[in-house]
Design a protein around this ligand. Structure first.
Ligand code: C2E
Ligand code: MG
Ligand code: MG
Ligand code: MG
Length: 274
């Protein structure tokens, strides 16, 4: 009996593995097609100054538009992209598209910072930061309008090429910050590894604000910590007025979330604000 149950479990495990492999295979195929045929899109989410709620920046978030299967969010392809190395191509496409958009806004007299997510795997490739530095040089002043969001993982695994890329970004005037702060190890040690300009507090810390005194205390401490290091703080996933009020009281600088606007096409960004 025990043996049979074990076999069943193995069979189930096998099935799950095969399903997983198929999903990944599908995802890779779809992504390669999108990269080849121009199937990637950008949506933009407003980031506001918490004091006056003015639009100060926008984060660009990648989407995959498949001609047959429809629209896919990054949750369905970023892992595959990182495993296969295709993330370098995705991030490079995103960077070029974001810089084009930034250029368009700047020539229209719109003063907006643009925030781009950069995977750790992408930063390992010197070509990415070289390309960025060149583009920024061509569009003088673009660097100071660019924010690069990296993950805790990137700082923990910090290799020599990655460190060199981060320094090249900084030399180009780009501000480098930490995304999803609080979800990883959140150790002070790696905050010292590279001079960061900003920190984004993860949505999981923002959600319980105003409903739990402990949650409030943790976020307040994170904000104080970031400010003590000279970093600007952005709260992610702000959905309610109560959360926004608490964050403002705690001295948080910026906020992003459905309360202020969902990710939208660039043309709809300004109308997206309440
Ligand atoms: P992220 O950088 O932390 O982006 C924030 C995510 O939270 C976005 O999901 C956004 O749509 C979602 N969000 C924003 N406000 C709210 C809110 O108020 N409530 C809730 N429930 N969600 C909110 P999205 O667009 O699905 O992106 C997921 C992740 O994919 C991003 O997390 C980022 O890590 C990654 N990603 C997106 N674009 C790129 C890219 O171009 N390159 C790389 N390497 N990663 C990317
Ligand atoms: Mg981000
Ligand atoms: Mg984030
Ligand atoms: Mg996140």
């Amino acid at each position: 009996r025990a043996k049979a149950a074990g076999r069943d479990r193995c069979a189930l495990y096998d099935l799950a593995m095969r399903e997983d492999a198929r999903t990944r295979h599908d995802s890779e195929r779809r992504l390669r097609r999108a990269l080849r045929d121009g199937g990637l899109r950008l949506v933009w989410q407003p980031i506001v100054d918490l004091r006056d709620r003015h639009l100060v920046a926008a984060e660009c978030l990648v989407r995959l538009q498949d001609p047959v299967e429809g629209l896919f969010g990054p949750a369905t392809f970023v892992d595959t992209a990182e495993d296969t190395g295709l993330i370098v191509d995705v991030d490079s496409w995103v960077l070029d598209a974001a810089l084009d958009q930034l250029q368009e806004w700047r020539s229209a007299g719109t003063d907006l910072q643009v925030s781009v997510n950069v995977s750790g795997r992408t930063l390992e490739h010197p070509a990415f930061s070289h390309r960025l530095a060149h583009s920024v040089q061509r569009n003088s002043g673009a660097g100071s309008h660019l924010l690069a969001e990296v993950t805790e993982r990137t700082l923990i695994d910090l290799s020599a090429p990655t460190r060199a890329s981060l320094h090249e970004l900084r030399s180009a005037g780009v501000r480098v910050g930490l995304d999803d702060f609080g979800t990883g190890y959140s150790s002070l040690a790696y905050l010292q590894r590279f001079p960061l300009s900003f920190l984004k507090i993860d949505r999981s810390f923002v959600t319980p604000l105003g409903t739990s005194r402990r949650a409030d205390a943790v976020v307040e401490a994170l904000i104080a910590l970031a400010h003590a290091h000279g970093m600007l703080v952005t709260a992610e996933g702000v959905e309610t007025e109560l959360q926004a009020q608490r964050l403002l009281q705690m001295g948080c600088d910026r906020a992003q979330g459905w309360l202020f606007g969902r990710p939208v096409a660039a043309a709809d960004l300004f109308g997206a604000q309440p």
